[in-house]
Design a protein around this ligand. Structure first.
Ligand SMILES: [Zn+2]
Ligand SMILES: [Zn+2]
Length: 244
C-alpha cells in the first residue's frame, strides 16, 4: 500500500521504536532478502551453510541473530534509493538512536509517573522496555530463521519460505511467510480462511480512514494462480492457469 505523508512518518517512527536498526538499513536488508531469498546474497538465510542437520543448526543461528553482526552491509544507495530521497524518512532513519532511546525510556517514565515511585519506573522499564523488545526481536528473527526452515509451502516461491501457523498471532500475520514470498506486494499474508493477519486488518483500517491508498488486496484468482502444483487443493486450477 501507499501511505499518506503523516501515516508514513508515524509508521517510520513506530518502526524505529522497535529498536531493529535504522529504517533505511532495515529496508535495504529486507529488499536484498527478497531478491536473493535462500540463495547466495540473501543476508539471512538459514540454508547458508548447507542442508545437513549440523549445517542447518548453524544456519538457524545465523538467520536468527548472527547475520546482524556480519561485516558485509547491504548497500543502501542500491537497495533503498527511494527512501534516501525522501527527506523525512532519511531524517528519521538518521535519528535512530533517539527513537530507540525514547522507546526504552518512555515505559520507565510512564511507570514512574503513574505510581510516583522508583519501583514503578523499574517495573515499567523491565516489562515495557526489556521484555517487550526481547519478545519483539525474537518474533521478528523467527520469521528469518523458523519461517525459512519449516512450515507448509502451498504457494510457488523460489525459496524455502513456509507458513508457520503458531507464530501468526505474535507476528501479526507475518509468519504466513510462504504467501509473502510468493506474492510480496500483497497487503494480506494470511489469505486462507481462518489465517489470522492483524497487519492486514490494520492496513484495512488505514484505508477506510483515507490514510492508505493503492492497497493491493489479493483477489481469489491471483491467489489461486500462485498455488504450488504439488500442494493439495487447487492443483487443477493451477495447471489450468499455467496452460493459459
Ligand atoms: Zn518481505
Ligand atoms: Zn523471508
Amino acid at each position: 500500500f501507499k501511505a499518506k505523508r503523516p501515516l508514513r512518518i508515524a509508521l517510520a517512527i513506530a518502526g524505529s521504536m522497535a529498536v531493529e536498526g535504522p529504517l533505511v538499513r532495515w529496508v535495504a536488508d529486507h529488499r536484498k532478502h527478497h531478491k536473493f531469498s535462500d540463495a547466495e546474497g540473501d543476508p539471512h538465510s538459514p540454508w547458508r551453510f548447507g542442508e545437513t542437520v549440523p549445517a542447518l543448526m548453524k544456519g538457524l543461528w545465523w538467520a536468527h541473530i548472527a547475520w546482524m553482526f556480519d561485516e558485509e552491509q547491504t548497500p543502501q544507495d542500491k537497495y533503498a534509493p527511494d527512501l534516501i530521497k525522501d527527506k523525512a524518512i532519511r531524517t528519521i532513519s538518521r535519528q535512530f538512536l533517539l527513537w530507540a532511546g525514547l522507546s526504552l525510556t518512555l515505559p520507565a517514565l510512564i511507570g514512574g509517573l503513574v505510581t510516583m515511585s522508583w519501583w514503578g519506573a523499574f517495573t515499567g522499564f523491565f516489562w515495557g522496555s526489556l521484555v517487550r523488545v526481547a519478545l519483539l526481536h525474537h518474533v521478528t528473527w523467527s520469521i528469518n530463521s523458523i519461517c525459512h526452515a519449516v512450515g507448509k509451502r502451498p504457494f510457488k516461491s523460489r525459496d524455502r519460505s513456509g507458513n508457520v501457523w503458531w507464530l501468526a498471532v505474535l507476528s501479526c500475520g507475518e509468519s504466513w511467510h510462504n504467501l509473502h514470498h510468493a506474492d510480496p506486494t500483497s497487503a494480506r499474508h494470511g489469505v486462507e480462511r481462518g489465517q489470522v493477519d492483524s497487519s492486514a486488518r490494520l492496513i484495512r483500517w488505514f484505508e477506510m480512514l483515507g490514510w492508505a491508498y493503492d492497497v493491493r488486496w489479493p483477489s481469489r484468482s491471483r491467489i489461486d494462480s500462485r498455488r504450488n502444483p504439488d500442494g493439495k487443493g487447487s492443483r487443477r486450477k493451477a495447471e489450468a492457469a499455467d496452460a493459459a
